[in-house]
Design a protein around this ligand. Structure first.
Ligand code: MF3
Ligand code: CO
Length: 299
């Protein structure tokens, strides 16, 4: 999901986000759960989920994670990203699910998963490119199952990968897992960006700030936006929130350039490698639960 403080606000006001619903700081003192639900929806476009919704989202997340794992297992030298797409597409249909990326947005995203290779930061479009020795690849799937959505992605390394590529793959993974570790009710959204940016900087990498994590579950992209870079979004996490964290980490500079022809593929401006891992997470009464159960294997 794309952001910018200067982009139009999600509420449809035609005002810039920063002049409209950009979260400021008001501390929130909800008196009951229904009041909290209404407040979060009104102020932040955040859908606090019911138990029934959580059960549906959990199933969608499990399927998404399984599709990502199975598709990653197919990613070998000589295989095209189109073949990975077609394989993943069929897994969705076989499970009675719809791939949420297909026809999403404007111009409509033309494939069922995103495949982002090497210097591609995110939203890579599957096509005739064959995987080759030394590539790093992110596979990102989002499944709509029985009206609920899960979203996750992971990296695969093909053959012998350079030290620079290994570094971004490792740093992006650590950024994701370290930021998940702090999640519990009362933590502010901006604390996620602090953890990620501190760690990436300590390893000499940069954090992409043109794309963000997002609320997910009932809609593909709900509030809040979850920046991976340092930010000031002072929204307290509350139980029943479901959102992604999907840090995009570059070995060089953070700037992303969107392909002028396909309007989707985001690449590093300097051509340096980029890596991303993504989970969907639920905030619980006592902490958090990762809903997309992939576990990092060989990559
Ligand atoms: N995890 C990505 C996101 O949340 C999935 C993008 S699918 C696309 O933006 F269709 F938007 F490309
Ligand atoms: Co996402």
């Amino acid at each position: 999901m794309m952001i910018g403080r200067n982009d139009p606000c999600w509420c449809g006001s035609d005002k810039k986000w920063k002049h409209c619903h950009y979260p400021q700081t008001e501390s929130i003192h909800p008196t009951d759960s229904q009041a909290l639900r209404e407040l979060y929806l009104r102020e932040y476009h955040i859908i606090i989920k019911t138990e029934k919704q959580i059960a549906g989202i959990k199933r969608a997340c499990e399927l998404t994670s399984e599709i990502v794992d199975k598709t990653c297992a197919m990613a070998k030298e000589g295989v095209t990203t189109q073949e990975l797409n077609d394989f993943a597409h069929k897994l969705h249909l076989d499970a009675g699910a719809i791939p949420a990326p297909l026809n999403y947005g404007s111009p409509p995203f033309p494939r069922s998963i995103c495949t982002s290779l090497n210097e591609v930061i995110c939203h890579g479009i599957p096509g005739p490119t064959k995987l080759k020795n030394g590539d790093i690849l992110n596979i990102d799937a989002s499944c709509l199952l029985n009206g609920y959505i899960g979203d996750c992605s992971r990296m695969v390394m093909i053959g012998d990968v350079s030290e620079e590529k290994k570094l971004v793959v490792d740093v992006a993974y650590e950024c994701l897992m370290r930021s998940i570790a702090i999640l519990k009710p009362g933590v502010f959204v901006y604390e996620i960006g602090d953890v990620i940016e501190d760690y990436a900087q300590s390893k000499g990498c940069s954090v992409v700030n043109q794309f963000v994590g997002h609320g997910v579950g009932v809609e593909f992209h709900e509030g809040p936006q979850v920046p991976h870079h340092r930010n000031q979004i002072k929204i307290p996490l509350v139980p029943g929130m479901t959102f992604t964290i999907e840090p995009m980490i570059n070995a060089g500079g953070r700037e992303a350039v969107i392909d002028s022809h396909d309007k989707w593929t985001a690449r590093t401006r300097d051509g340096s490698p980029s890596a991303q891992w993504e989970h969907t997470i639920l905030i619980t009464e006592t902490g958090h639960k990762v809903l997309t159960p992939w576990i990092r294997g060989q990559a």
